[in-house]
Design a protein around this ligand. Structure first.
Ligand code: TXA
Ligand code: MG
Length: 361
């Protein structure tokens, strides 16, 4: 006897609407806001990565996010609002630190975790008594939030465990056929996800490093930021990858190398096609010894090696990281080698994301 299978196919026509970043067309924004208000999902650009939004007050709409992403129901979402007053309304306690941080960093890439008001459905926070809140600075995101008039729960607009999207094309690659609309406001400028900070009775706790650093937060609130236990353990694992949760990962296996050359040589000898993210430009002899072709300026493809020159500055590096990893996946490399990035605090978020991408079971 043959086993029977139940296959659920949920194919929606996914439209991509181009919107001007600085001057989003009110008609397009109104249409997107209407979809959100009627319980549908809309992907939209923020200054960090693209988000997949739903009306945070509508539990059925929020459940569609988990479904489209294939996201475990235990992983809470960030709620996006147009200003700090709207954020405060969604909390049951708003400490002075929240005011200081909101004044200084909103709109911007900081998510604050605070006690959740009863008006926010539990599904948004995966049942936790808290809620993560953020006012994004991207003009398209702000226009959408204002037009929708509801708080918008939005994780990054990728399938669970995949790379976050920094362009509408990346969103389409992961979610085509699963959501009705993507607002295309061009490539995002931040490139990695917001800093997530919990304001607890025991002080400020960093849950996810991001574009805003612990030092900037400490300077703003005048108190020490604790690195959460999980995060600290994960960062320690970076030295010897082990238990780190895999996340933000390209399809190709990624490794981080202090000295990339011997590792790449081994991979190429073993028949791999290797993508190499380098901050320091390797010298021509080195490349020539890895490949038969001679390199040209910038990024080059020489048989089995694709060399990608990454910027030296952390801001430019972060902005490009996911886009370059997406590119290498699209080119079909079998291995990605990333040159180790600096050890300083401003590179904390990049090290965190690379460490998660490198993790293998
Ligand atoms: O930049 C960003 O934050 C992007 C854009 C779209 O805003 N969003 C984003 O969302 O990265 P997501 O779902 O991919 O990541 C949200 C992170 C997760 O690590 C989640 O566990 C944490 O925030 N988080 C959300 N709510 C939380 C809560 N109540 N308590 C603790 N952590 C929370
Ligand atoms: Mg995500």
């Amino acid at each position: 006897m043959h086993p029977t299978y139940e296959i659920e196919v949920r194919l929606i026509d996914t439209r991509v609407s181009i919107v001007d970043r600085e001057n989003p067309d009110p008609t397009v924004i109104a249409e997107a806001a209407g979809l959100l208000r009627s319980g549908e999902l809309v992907a939209f650009p923020t200054e960090t990565v693209y988000g997949l939004g739903a009306d945070a007050f509508d539990p059925d709409a929020v459940s569609k996010i988990y479904e489209a992403k294939g996201r475990p129901s235990t992983n809470p979402l960030i709620v996006h609002v147009a200003d700090a007053d709207a954020a405060r309304f969604l909390t049951s306690d708003w400490p002075i630190e929240a005011d200081l941080l909101a004044d200084r960093f909103w709109p911007g890439p900081l998510s604050l975790v605070l006690p959740r008001a009863d008006s926010v459905p539990g599904i948004v926070s995966a049942g936790k008594p808290t809620v993560a809140l953020r006012v994004p600075s991207h003009p398209v995101a702000l226009a959408l939030l204002r037009a929708a008039g509801v708080p918008v729960a939005a994780p990054s607009a990728n399938r669970s465990e995949q790379l976050s999207p920094t362009t509408a094309g990346h969103v389409l690659e992961g979610l085509d056929g699963l959501i009705p609309l993507i607002l295309d406001g061009g490539a995002t400028t931040g490139g990695i996800e917001s800093t997530v900070l919990a304001l607890t009775a025991n002080g400020a706790v960093l849950l996810r490093p991001g574009l805003i650093t612990p030092a900037e937060i400490e300077e703003c609130i005048g108190e020490k930021v604790t690195i959460s236990h999980h995060l600290a353990a994960r960062l320690e694992e970076l030295a010897s990858p082990g238990q780190m949760a895999r996340h933000y990962a390209p399809r190709a296996r990624l490794s981080i190398e202090q000295d990339p050359y011997p590792a790449i040589k081994r991979m190429i000898d073993a028949g791999d096609t290797v993508g190499w993210l380098a901050i320091d430009v390797p010298d021509q002899d080195m490349i020539a010894s890895l490949t038969s072709a001679s390199p040209e300026h910038g990024a080059l493809s020489a048989g089995k090696l694709i060399l990608v020159k990454m910027p030296v500055g952390v801001g430019e590096y972060s902005a490009l990281l996911y886009a370059r990893l997406h590119d290498l996946d699209r080119l079909g490399v079998t291995r990605i080698v990333v040159q180790q990035v600096p050890d300083s605090e401003e590179w904390l978020a990049v090290r965190d994301r690379l460490g998660r991408a490198a993790y293998r079971e």
